[in-house]
Design a protein around this ligand. Structure first.
Ligand SMILES: C[S@@+](CC[C@H](N)C(=O)[O-])C[C@H]1O[C@@H](n2cnc3c(N)ncnc32)[C@H](O)[C@@H]1O
Length: 313
């Protein structure tokens, strides 16, 4: 079942835009009156996410929302420069590596890495973003596919990077697990999977971002209760619908903001716990990859999976 797009695109309240000016995908929360399709299943507990927010109903609706959102942000994701953390990533792991840039968008990273002489393939689910990427950086290779089903042979890349919150765009636990398995599969022995996710505990300026997200979740829940638990379900924990802040006129987007604890569970669930390190941006830039606590306040969390080389047990 495909949810019609008009259900997925929320009304935008312009008065609530740009709460956080930081470099983040979270600019303020937007109402989402369409909510989940009536008739979506409601599980017994809030933790039983996949029974309430199943891949077909919720997943399809969020993907439709994101398709429009990211198509509207190609000007930014095609041209913005590498950040210090990304320069560090390339200098540390990128030279002479076959890099896969997952959720490459309009080719911001592929363009920069190609200019630096690196070898990189971009993959994204959004055709419009890839069209923009191809126009801006014709020399790089681009493939249209979902990160939950990568069309590459096992061990095809030395580095699998999923940067600047592309992973936060995945709406269900099942899809996040599938993506992790795929990253690991296409990563060569001795290689690395590097994922940057937006941190749920990032407070934003004056703590406003966190408060806005929590209030928004509470308001959605109350509205649902007020409707006699009928109609739109509230969003799952730590899911937000935000106002686009990267390009004027772009439609609202979706993100599932993660915690360190949740990432550790996710990686354990796909059997990769012993290969994992979780650090923050400072840890990545400094190169010591020191572990971060669950409630760290940095805006991004970095998950690194190191695949043993073939001669290791
Ligand atoms: C925030 S943008 C980041 C773009 C790029 N990584 C960068 O750093 O400039 C997120 C990108 O993830 C892509 N994306 C979302 N879901 C995806 C999926 N299931 N598979 C592949 N790409 C996806 C979106 O289409 C979008 O281009």
């Amino acid at each position: 079942m495909t949810t019609p797009l008009r259900k997925a695109v929320p009304h935008v309240d312009r008065t609530r835009s740009n709460l956080a000016a930081e470099d983040s995908p979270v600019a303020g929360v937007a109402p989402f009156p369409g909510g989940l399709a009536a008739g979506s299943k409601l599980g017994p507990t809030g933790d039983d996410l996949d029974s309430r927010y199943d891949e077909v109903g919720y997943g399809d609706m969020i993907r439709a929302l994101n398709t429009v959102h990211y198509a509207g942000e190609t000007t930014f994701y095609g041209t913005a420069l590498l950040r210090a953390c990304e320069e560090r990533l390339f200098s540390r792991y990128g030279h002479r590596s076959r890099i896969l840039d997952v959720g490459c968008g309009a080719g911001r990273v592929t363009r920069a890495v190609t200019t630096l002489g690196g070898s990189i393939t971009g993959v994204d689910i959004n055709g419009a973003a890839l069209d923009a990427a191809r126009a801006l950086t014709p020399l790089a290779t681009y493939v249209e596919a979902s990160m939950a089903g990568l069309p590459f042979p096992d061990g095809n890349f030395d580095q699998v990077w999923c940067l600047r919150f592309s992973f936060n765009a995945l709406p269900t636990v099942a899809e996040r697990q599938a993506a992790l398995r795929e990253f690991w599969r296409v990563c060569a022995p001795g290689g690395k999977v590097v994922i940057e996710v937006f941190n749920w505990y990032f407070p934003g300026r004056f703590g406003l971002l966190r408060w806005a997200n929590r209030l928004d979740a509470a308001a959605r829940h109350l509205k649902w209760l007020g409707q006699g638990r009928r109609g739109s379900l509230p969003l799952p924990p730590r899911d937000i619908i935000y106002l686009a802040n990267k390009a004027s006129g772009a439609a609202p987007g979706y993100a599932h903001l993660t915690t360190v604890k949740e990432l550790r569970h996710l990686v354990s669930d796909v059997g990769l716990a012993r290969h994992m390190k979780v650090t923050d941006e400072a840890g990545l830039i400094a190169g010591h990859l020191s572990p971060v606590r669950n409630r760290h306040r940095g805006y991004s969390t970095w998950l690194l999976l190191s695949k043993p080389s073939e001669d290791m047990p």
